[in-house]
Design a protein around this ligand. Sequence first.
Ligand SMILES: O=C(O)c1ccccc1NCC(=O)[C@H](O)[C@H](O)COP(=O)(O)O
Length: 230
Amino acid sequence: MQTSAPSQSAAPSDLPSRLLVKVCGMREAASLTAVADLEPDFLGFIFAPASPRYVGDVLTPDLLQGLPDRVQRVGVFVDAPTAQVQATACRFGLNFVQLHGHETPAQCAELRATGLRVIKAFGVGEGFDFDALGPYVLHCDYFLFDAQGPAPGGNGRVFDWRVLENYPWPVPYLLAGGLRPEHAAVVRNLQLPGLVGIDLNSGLEIAPGVKDPARVAAFLDGLGRPGAAA
Ligand SMILES: O=C(O)c1ccccc1NCC(=O)[C@H](O)[C@H](O)COP(=O)(O)O
């Protein structure tokens, strides 16, 4: 993993010395509390109505605001208007917004100007065009690289991570797409430029939006994170 911050980055300069972990697609209270106790760096909540992990009326601001401060709250959106993203972020006390649709660099900039931190997600396939990311570089805190699939996210597919060996930008990124506990040992030793964290979702689920805390703990254990054992 690269841990030095490249120059001219819009991203934080204090890059972590260990992989950050985001657990995405949290919905109901029981698994939310159990997973938060395992101390991931980020918890993700899907605000896209078409997703089987859509938080809908299940998630209350109280539940989310009761999380420990050390856990960053990420709202995931797909092509939602800026005002709606901003209002949702305000209502739920989100720290980050993760944009999984066709959001433009201008929309990333608008959201960032409100004080939110921005993760822009991209589906990676063969021949992925890294040049297309250039206009986003100054307006995002992180990128997230996910597998392409029928849905904008949560497809449970792994892409060929070797594509990222050629990652040319200074924005740090999270690796996503079908990660399961069996991947932890390999992920732990990945040496990819710009990689600072991973995003876990359907590979840890009992049902869409219901995470299995034992599988989350197993992944964290495989990464060698202290205190992550169940
Ligand atoms: O998870 C969803 O249902 C989802 C739907 C629409 C947009 C984004 C979504 N997920 C965002 C994530 O960050 C997922 O963790 C990422 O796509 C990886 O998911 P998976 O392949 O299931 O590990």
